[in-house]
Design a protein around this ligand. Structure first.
Ligand code: DMJ
Length: 672
């Protein structure tokens, strides 16, 4: 500015040249570097000025001095905040080594992104594409999300404040006020939260402060329909099965599996995400007062891990309520005896009251999917508690399976022996029951751990190559690509509905930088999964289909055997539709999901409350209700429906959370 004024030949030129430096002085009287000469010359110049000129100069000096004082004060403030911030950063950086120290055997040292990629061209990471459809709705229909308010510290404060906000912004529909409570967007409790074994630290809620201000996206009609479906299901459960494992909606009673309120626990985070405040509060009370794990009961390690441990952990993360972490710790500890086997491959069953574990009565084998799909939950429990034993136990299983022989191009058999640690029943390969979530958890553990555990990625990539090589075929007449099975070299065109998790998993991998052809495969497979619904009389998929490999007049692609024509309200197709919509923004996926929801309503809804599995998807006039509502209908199917219909990518952001195989979101430790 000064030099600009000088260049423009302003009247202040002399003053400036005199004051600021020898260059300007030189312009007036020739170059002389003597200090005394300069002082004298200045004084002479000053004397030559008129009184008015002197006053102006003095006034300018005074003005500059005042400005200097003001800017010094504000710089001081800025500096203070910069210093504080850098202290915070240092704390965070110090916590990361602490995390590593607490669990040295499990988290490998950070590696370069290109490490270990030599053998696998597909492993080269691509920049994840940006979702094309970040749409945010008009703010006039929105109520500020309570968890955004930095004043809210405790969960109860949150509840109270939300009620006030809801009052203030009341909209016509009652649902709207409930929706406004939706608390799913709390940032996950990620790697900045140090693990600690101290109980006082465990009670710390997830961080809800320091949130950036984003506009919440309003709930749409289809999401409202999901909320209505959930409420209807919940009504049945509450009226006839409260605190029990599963609702029997027709007989208006319940069934017990573990006697641990399975449906209630599985549904906790769904209620949170859907914004069902009252229901959540009531269920929380039950967890606080009635959920007791000190029971002489045998539970299945896998099922109780994915539903109970997973459900409690994700609810802890979403709500910040330490009750759920305490319960998670309790059940986690009680499941640990399962790992006391000669091979360290866990037994399938644990008595959580007695602390004993055993395999099923007829065999000493465990199911491969079961022993390799408990890792996300136990690893997260270690991270939260600082107790390494959980993670060590499950990581040992993965390391063991990684080097085990008996795989076929990365495809694993379905059973593993708990004594020898070897695969058994070799030669049968499927992506369906007993193997499915092995593949899912390879990718998801890799994502959870910040994409550093290369062995998991190698196994995943190899397995997908194995699927392409051995299990993919195309049906007639529509040429649908499907995933069949291989039994001792013979291909079978059989596909479980369970396999429909795969398009979603492939899309998630592609989103995380894996081979682009995974996304192409995901797109063709989700079309097939949709056809498993669309080609059936009720518009609902059976449990298993057989694809026609040869065109026959009057035959569809999908054939259904009488023993396979039941539908258990399973989530896998809706789950994959959710991922596909998130990553592509293609509305057809939402429309397909909408059709499925309507067909669930048409054929499985019980008027007095609840939904039921059905025995015959081919008979619209009598689908033969089975009288059972599986806990995953509330834990998974309706949750994925709600998320599928949402246009808010921050509603469980997939760069921050990874869903366990029961749809319970857990934080990614090092978010993208
Ligand atoms: C759920 O318990 C889980 O999704 C599991 O991975 C497979 N089976 C059911 C849902 O179909």
């Amino acid at each position: 500015m000064y030099s600009g004024a000088a260049a423009a030949g302003s009247p202040r030129r002399d003053f400036i040249s005199v004051t600021l430096g020898p260059e300007e002085a030189a312009g007036v009287g020739g170059y002389n570097n003597s200090k005394a000469w300069r002082r004298r010359s200045c004084w002479r110049k000053w004397k030559q000025l008129s009184r008015l000129q002197r006053s102006v100069i003095l006034f300018l000096f005074a003005f500059l001095a005042v400005c200097g004082v003001i800017s010094y004060t504000s710089m001081g403030e800025t500096w203070k905040s910069i210093t504080n911030k850098s202290l915070d950063d240092q704390r965070t950086e110090q916590e990361i080594p602490r995390l590593k120290l607490a669990n040295p055997a499990v988290l490998p040292a950070p590696q370069k992104a290109d490490a270990n990629h030599g053998d696998y061209p597909e492993l080269s990471l691509q920049k994840p594409p940006k979702p094309p459809h970040v749409r945010r709705g008009p703010s006039n229909l929105q109520i500020k999300a309570p968890w955004r308010d930095t004043r809210l510290k405790t969960r109860h404060d949150t509840m109270r404040a939300v009620e006030e906000l809801v009052e203030a912004d009341k909209v016509e529909k009652t649902e709207k006020s409930i929706i406004s409570w939706r608390g799913a967007v709390i940032e996950p409790d990620q790697s900045t939260e140090p693990p600690s074994s101290k109980i006082t630290e465990l009670e710390k809620p997830s961080p809800v402060e320091a949130e950036d201000q984003k506009e919440p996206v309003p709930i749409n009609e289809r999401q409202l329909a999901v909320i209505e479906a959930f409420r209807h299901a919940w009504k049945g459960y509450k009226d006839f099965a409260w605190g029990h494992d599963e609702l029997k909606p027709l007989s208006k009673s319940y069934s017990e599996w573990f006697g641990l309120g399975l449906t209630l626990i599985d549904a906790l985070d769904t209620m949170w995400i859907l914004g069902l405040k009252e229901e959540f509060e009531e269920a929380r009370k039950w967890v606080a007062n009635d959920l007791v794990f000190d029971k002489n009961v045998d539970v299945n390690l896998f099922e109780s891990t994915i539903r109970i441990l997973g459900g409690l952990l994700s609810t802890y993360h979403l709500s910040g309520d330490s009750l759920f972490l305490e319960k998670a710790k309790d059940i986690g500890n009680r499941l640990m005896p399962a790992f006391k086997t000669p091979s360290k491959i866990p037994y399938s069953d644990v008595n959580i009251g007695r602390g004993t574990a055993h395999p099923p009565r007829w065999t000493s084998d465990s199911t491969v999917a079961e022993v390799t799909s408990i890792q996300l939950e136990f690893r997260e429990l270690s991270r939260l508690t600082g107790d390494e034993k959980f993670r060590k136990a499950v990581d040992e299983v993965m390391k063991h399976v990684h080097i085990l022989s008996g795989k076929n191009d990365g495809l694993v058999p379905m059973f593993i022996n708990t004594n020898s640690g070897q695969f058994t029943h070799l030669g049968v390969y499927t992506l369906g029951a007993r193997a499915d979530s092995y593949y899912e958890y390879l990718l998801k553990q890799w994502i959870q751990g910040g994409k550093k555990e290369n062995e998991l990625l190698e196994d995943y990539m190899r397995a997908i190559e194995g699927v392409k090589k051995h299990l993919l075929q195309r049906s007639e007449p529509k040429k649908l690509t499907f995933v069949g099975e291989l039994a001792h070299g013979h291909f079978s065109a059989k596909m479980d509905h369970l396999v429909c998790f795969l398009p979603g998993t492939l899309a998630l991998g592609a989103h995380n930088g894996l081979a682009a052809d995974h996304m192409k495969l995901a797109e063709t497979l989700i079309e097939t999964c949709y056809q498993m619904y669309a080609q059936v009389e009720t518009g609902l998929s059976p449990e298993i289909v057989h694809f026609n490999l040869h065109a026959q007049k009057g035959h569809k692609d999908v054939e259904i055997k009488p023993a396979d024509r039941h539908n258990l309200l399973r989530p896998e197709t809706v789950e994959s539709l959710f991922y596909m919509y998130r990553f592509t923004g293609d509305k057809k996926y939402q429309d397909w999901g909408w059709e499925i929801l309507q067909n669930f309503n048409r054929y499985t809804r019980v008027p007095t409350g609840g939904y039921t599995s059905i025995n015959n998807v081919q008979n619209p006039s009598n689908p033969e209700p089975r009288d059972k509502m599986e806990s995953f209908f509330l834990g998974e199917t309706l949750k994925y429906m709600f998320l599928l219909f949402s246009d808010d990518i921050d509603l469980i952001n997939l760069d921050k959370y990874v869903f366990n195989t029961e749809a319970h979101p857990l934080p990614i430790w090092v978010p993208a």
